[in-house]
Design a protein around this ligand. Sequence first.
Ligand SMILES: Nc1ncnc2c1ncn2[C@@H]1O[C@H](COP(=O)(O)OP(=O)(O)O)[C@@H](O)[C@H]1O
Ligand SMILES: O=C(OP(=O)(O)O)[C@H](O)COP(=O)(O)O
Length: 393
Amino acid sequence: MNKKSVRDVDVAGKKVFVRVDFNVPLENGAITDDTRIRETLPTIKFLIEKGAKVILASHLGRPKGEVVDALRLTPAVARLSELLGKPVTKADEVVGASVQAQVDALNEGDVLVLENVRFHPGEESNDAELAKAFASLADLFVNDAFGAAHRAHASTEGIAHHIPAVSGLLMEKELDVLGKALNNPERPFTAIVGGSKVKDKIDVINKMIEIADNIIIGGGLSYTFLKAQGKEIGKSLLDNSKLEQSLGFIEKAKQLGKNFYLPVDIVVADGFSASANTRIVDTDSIPADWEGIDIGPKSREIYAEVIKNSKLVVWNGPMGVFEIEPFSHGTRAVAQACADTAAYTVIGGGDSAAAAEKFHLADKMNHISTGGGASLEFMEGKVLPGVVALNDK
Ligand SMILES: Nc1ncnc2c1ncn2[C@@H]1O[C@H](COP(=O)(O)OP(=O)(O)O)[C@@H](O)[C@H]1O
Ligand SMILES: O=C(OP(=O)(O)O)[C@H](O)COP(=O)(O)O
């Protein structure tokens, strides 16, 4: 990576503003998955050990510039304190006199967490005054929020224009792994793209046709491709506006000599619940009043074989409605194949990461990104504003 990291600068005794992504899932105020907090520990511990005064900032949810009590960072701060095994102070404001007083009171090795930065309307609008206010709290900016690196907000991008700005260790790891995978991939390189919306994944599919050797398509977005080939897809998910482009992708893959895999059989259901009736059908005989909900056993076998014979696998998006047990087999088979293969496996965050966790296979993957949207944009080849703004080496 050509950006400076926290390892390249002197942090001892400095006040360091660290943007983290503590946007963790909550249920009734309790954190249901603390991965994102755990993944920032190397950077936070590094700074503590070097004697920095650590000021952490994060967003949580989308409060749209207003204070929403359910989205305060209190549970994340409690969890962080447990994980660090030391007290962590929390501010109840984003900026202002009370925050300044708490920063002034920090000793070397202390940790303070600001309130949810999205409570301030200037965060998402990348307001210059808010960015300056953040910068005035510290001597150095460290961006460790890979999950929010695709956002140009005051605490991810704006602040970097006012004080020295470097990446954190998680950010560095994410960019290294994803960058290596995309710039110098081991081959055969297989890209698996699933999930529900073609619109969200169209750019990544296009890019993968160019750089991968095998492109595997699954999940709700497969049906737009099948329909584009003239197949009956019943009541399955369809994006009518993407039919032509989908057909173009199949053609493009053929011209570039890439293997483009669509499901050959699927599980159809007459409803969207665990008690629905289901059938396994070939993709050219989907009944008109049924809905495709998972890939079928033949597809699972073909996909697993491709994954097995790869050297690099990048996976983004489930193969079916994996949240409902009877429709989870396709996603489970792909997760299992990723766990079993000798290939280097990268999971692009979001629902695929949740699926790997659900099947207890997460620790068998080589890298699970902490960013869903961010890793997608990175894989599409887009620049991430939170990264561009950091100082070059
Ligand atoms: N055949 C399908 N029909 C409807 N929804 C599907 C189908 N396959 C997968 N899904 C849904 O897609 C959702 C994930 O889509 P998406 O957000 O695009 O993936 P990711 O979060 O991995 O990027 C899951 O909630 C899953 O239930
Ligand atoms: O959870 C996040 O996005 P992700 O689910 O795409 O990984 C990030 O914290 C970014 O959040 P945002 O999409 O509200 O800007």
